[in-house]
Design a protein around this ligand. Sequence first.
Ligand SMILES: [Zn+2]
Length: 358
Amino acid sequence: MACKRLVMPVSRLVAVGMMALLTSCSPTSVELGPEPTSTTTAPTSTTSTVLSTTTTSTTTTSSTTTIPAVLPELQFDEAGVPLNGQSNGVLVSDTGWVLPILSGLDGGRHRVWTPCGRQADIAGGEVIFDADFVLDPGHGGSEPGAVGRGGLAEKDLNLAVSEKIRDALVGAGYSVVMTRETDVRVPIVTRAEIAHALDPLAFLSVHFNAGTDARSATPGTEMYHQINRADSKRLAGLLYEETRAVLDQFDVPWVALSDAGTTFRPNRAGGDYYGVLRRPAPVLSVLLEFAYLSNPAEEELVSDPVVQDQLATAVVIAVERFLETDDPGSGFIDDPIFRGFGPSGAGRTDDCIDPVLE
Ligand SMILES: [Zn+2]
C-alpha cells in the first residue's frame, strides 16, 4: 500500500489524548450485549491534553474549518446510534475531550460529535485534521474490562501500555491521537468516529485478555484483523510476530485458546464481530490482545513496566515493518473455532451523560 506517512508533513508530531468511553473487546466481554450505556465521568484532568511529548515541534493545523451554507445535523441509525463517518477532523476541547467535527461555525465555534454521540456547538479548543495513528486504550471508567486476581484492571493496563506505545510512536516520528488519556468511558461508536475524523494509517485497539485457563507452552496472544482486509491482516500478523518475539523470552505458565494467533471473528452478517474493527472501517483497524490478564502469572509479567516498554517497542517495530517492507507477518488462523455470532453491537448511547465540553 502507499505509505501515507511519506506524503504527510513529518513536522506534524502531535500526541493528543482524549478521554473516552468504551466497550470492549476481549472475546468474553465484547459486545455480548448492547453496548454499555455511558455515564461518562469527568476526566481526571480538566486541562487540555494536547501534548507535544518527546517531540520538537507541535502541530500547526489550522483552527478554521469550512462553514457550509446549510449546517449538517448528526445522523442516526434506526436504533438511535449515530452513523459513523460524519466528521472531518477533531476538536480537542479546552476541557480535554477529543471531539469529531461535524462542521465549522461562525465565530470560530464548531459543531461536534460529543463523547456520548450527540451534537453540540462549542467554542474554543484546537483543531487537528489528521494523525498517523489512533490508539484506543480499551475500556475505562465504569467498564474495567478484565480484572486480574492480583487486582490489576484491564482498563488501567490498557491505558498504561497505550501511553508507552504513543510515546514510542511519537519518538519514531509519527503523530498519534488517543481515544482516551484518563480513566473515563467512551462508547465504541465514538472511538470509531475519531478514526473516521482523522483517517489514520491504522486504528489500534489495545487490550489484554481474559477467559481461559487452558495451559499452553506458548503465549495466547491474539491479534484480530478486519475480515477480508489484506492490509489489516498483514499488520495484525506483524503485530503478532513482534509481540510473540517479546513474550517468548519469558518462562511463564501461559494460557491460550487452542486457535490463538492472528485471527478474525465474524458476525452474523459476515462482517466483523468486534465493534472496534467494524465501526472504524474503511480505516484499517487491529484489535490487540497481548496476553491473559486473567492468568496470575501473566498478570505479574505484564505489570512490569519493562515488559510494557518491550511490548510498546514491538508495536513500533511491527508498524515500521508494515510500512516499509512486504513482510507478511505470521500466526494466521484461517479457520478459527466458531464461537457464536452474538449481537451486532448496537453501540447504545441513549442514556449516556456527556461531560462538560467547554
Ligand atoms: Zn478488553
